[in-house]
Write a protein that binds this ligand. Structure first.
Ligand code: GCU
Length: 640
């Protein structure tokens, strides 16, 4: 509960008083979370949800277009505009439906400054920094081309779906622009049923990884930009009327609920069945004129709830008309009570770690296969005795959220509203709103995902509060069954060893994420860290969404404990965990970070382009601090 008596704020905070009072009054005036109607008819967000949700597309019948693609760099955007910057017509772009090799043979005088068909090949998915060492640090426009024969449609619909392409993608098929997408970490799809030809389809994708102050994330981050087509590309086949979206979960009052949305000419008055054979459960209903139906029934007594210790998944089948969709779904409830996080009715401490989307190895290219994901998450589950992972700072592949479902790891999922995003620009807000909708609609059937985060380390301002407050409201409306959070670095020092959480945004959050780096960035010694006392005005759970210290694997300095030595990192963890043990409202943590990861900002002798705060080296070698945290979690896991 936020105390809004002006007087109290003045006393505690050494910030521009007027601004913070206005910010708080503005937020106090805005009702917290109108109870969400059933997501099925959330027309309010129609402009933000993708045209085709294609829920569960990774489990639908389809043809993979992943594998070898031609690629060609275009730093001066010659494929989109002439040398004076005048935009080309589609037929003049590199998306034109032309086979340059053939055309050159047909007309030896013709002049083509590019030839995608004979450009180098790369194995997609994966970022271009993995194709050619010369492309490390390349940010800009890249052209991709893939030629393929179309699968027989047999009266069905065919969608072209991208798991993700970083950052802005323009997609051309047989010389037509079929669509664009902004955002590097969420799926997008286009209906290409009537744009395909039987043979030799010419698919060209222009991917621009350029960051600007207006993009999400903005120009400066602390991670490598992995530009390119970074997740699978598939042709997904569905009946003419198909199941576009379903949201299946256990509600807090013990019911199994299913919201199903059909798309297509015959979406109205369609019989829908949702079955869970192992529970002998069958929900039946009929769609309304909008093709939607909400079903629910009391959960059968025999239901085994999903939890990290028992990650039970059930086969669930949704059928409607000619379409049917199967998925593996876990049923659990998550909520907060005071400063506790409650899973399936019991308080739980989140024993976590943060993770970037980067596979093990000296030369990652953001190629996340089930094996790569399992290797990372298994280190958390069995290595650290963890039950939680913060997937930072952007939506990771659905390969990873499904892996978390299977292995039993709770997930914090975030969109990259990071550091100095442009909070005053409406288009940037809309881009962020679309990202959170795409993220939630992709993963809301993943029992593992329990927290939607709307941002990381953003400076307090009215515009920021409104921006993130709007995202938090949207997340809550699209999915009232999960917790909303953000990672804040706005805790204020009330003097040595005494810190208060004070952030107007906290009013919008179910769980307050705090990034704290005293002992590394912050002032004070590890002794100070140990003694630090935390205060919170909010009767809400706090989790340490980040704390951490850098260490180069193999650099030992037990005597001096120099920074970047494994010894200092281990001592830092011991001190911070001791501090954590004295915080009554601490409900979990996800220290920064499981594995050393690439960051262009890190260039000292120990780092050389890597952020070294991992508990593991980039190739998976365990540092001393890995065992400090592992032992701590093992003990905590034993505490009931
Ligand atoms: C920040 C930030 C991370 C960054 C980390 C660090 O808190 O959220 O993205 O990598 O600190 O400085 O290592």
């Amino acid at each position: 509960m936020v105390k809004t008596t002006g007087e109290e704020i003045v006393m505690r905070r050494n910030r521009p008083v007027f601004a913070s009072i206005i910010a708080t009054l503005m937020l106090a005036a805005t009702p917290l979370y109108a109870a969400p109607a059933s997501p099925a008819d959330n027309a309010a967000y129609a402009a933000l949800v993708p045209a085709y949700v294609l829920v569960n597309a990774d489990r639908r019948e389809g043809v993979s277009l992943s594998g070898p693609w031609h690629y060609s760099v275009d730093p001066y955007r010659d494929g989109q505009a002439d040398f004076l910057g005048r935009p080309f017509k589609v037929s003049q772009t590199r998306g034109a439906d032309i086979n340059v090799e053939q055309a050159s043979r047909d007309n030896p005088n013709a002049l083509y400054e590019y030839d995608l068909g004979r450009a180098p090949l790369a194995d997609i998915p994966g970022s271009w920094i993995g194709y050619d060492p010369q492309l490390r640090y390349y940010n800009g426009l890249m052209w991709y081309q893939k030629r393929f024969d179309a699968p027989a449609a047999d009266g069905k619909r065919i969608f072209l779906r991208f798991g993700a392409a970083d950052y802005r993608a323009t997609v051309y098929l047989n010389g037509q622009v079929i669509g664009e997408h902004e955002g590097g970490f969420t799926p997008f799809a286009f209906d290409v049923t009537d744009k395909l030809r039987a043979k030799d389809n010419n698919l060209v994708v222009a991917v621009d990884s350029t960051r600007t102050p207006d993009t999400i994330p903005p120009t400066v981050t602390d991670w490598e930009t992995y530009g390119g087509i970074t997740r699978d590309v598939t042709l997904v086949t569905t009946p003419q009327t198909y199941i576009d979206d379903d949201f299946i979960r256990l509600t807090k009052d013990g019911r199994i609920a299913a919201d199903v949305a059909l798309e297509g000419a015959d979406k109205a008055d369609q019989a829908v069945e949702v079955s869970v054979p192992a529970l002998k459960l069958m929900l039946k209903g009929t769609t309304g004129a909008d093709g939607r139906v909400s079903l629910s029934a009391k959960a059968p007594a025999g239901l085994k709830r999903w939890s990290p210790d028992t990650p039970t998944l059930y086969d669930v089948r949704v059928t409607a008309g000619a379409d049917s969709l199967s998925d593996r779904i876990g049923f659990r409830t998550i909520e907060v009570k005071g400063s506790q996080i409650i899973l399936n009715g019991k308080p739980l401490f989140l024993r976590g770690i943060s993770l970037h989307e980067e596979e093990f190895g000296p030369d990652p290219s953001r190629r996340i296969t089930p094996e790569a994901s399992r290797a990372l998450l298994t280190e958390i589950k069995t290595g650290l005795h963890g039950n939680f992972v913060r997937l930072a700072h952007y939506p990771h592949s659905e390969v990873t959220t499904r892996m978390a479902d299977e292995l039993g790891l709770l997930v914090w999922s975030e969109i990259p509203v990071y550091w100095s995003a442009n909070f005053t620009r409406p288009e940037t807000l809309q881009a962020a709103q679309k990202m959170i909708a795409e993220n939630i609609l992709r993963d809301r059937n993943r029992a593992a995902v329990v927290i939607w985060s709307v941002g990381n380390e953003t400076p307090i301002s009215d515009a920021r509060n409104h921006f993130l407050g709007t995202l938090a409201q949207e997340a809550h409306d699209l999915d009232g069954s999960r917790l909303i959070s953000a990672a804040l670095n706005t805790a204020t020092s009330n003097g040595p060893n005494d810190i208060s959480i004070k952030d107007p945004l906290a009013a919008y959050l179910d769980v307050i994420g705090i990034n704290t780096y005293n002992g590394w960035y912050g002032n004070g010694t590890l002794e100070d860290v140990r003694k630090t006392v935390w205060h919170s005005d909010y009767d809400k759970p706090m989790i340490f969404s980040e704390f951490g210290a850098g260490a180069k694997y193999g650099y030992h300095d037990p005597a001096q404990q120099h920074r970047f030595s494994e010894d200092y990192q281990a001592s830092y963890y011991k001190a911070t965990l001791e501090m954590a043990d004295h915080i009554p409202f601490l409900a979990g943590m996800s220290p920064w970070i499981l594995k050393d990861f690439r960051s262009p900002r890190r260039q000292n002798t120990w780092q050389q382009g890597w952020n070294r705060k991992g508990l593991l080296s980039e190739t998976g070698q365990r540092k001393q601090a890995f065992f400090v945290l592992g032992d701590y979690y093992q003990k905590k896991a034993g505490e009931k």
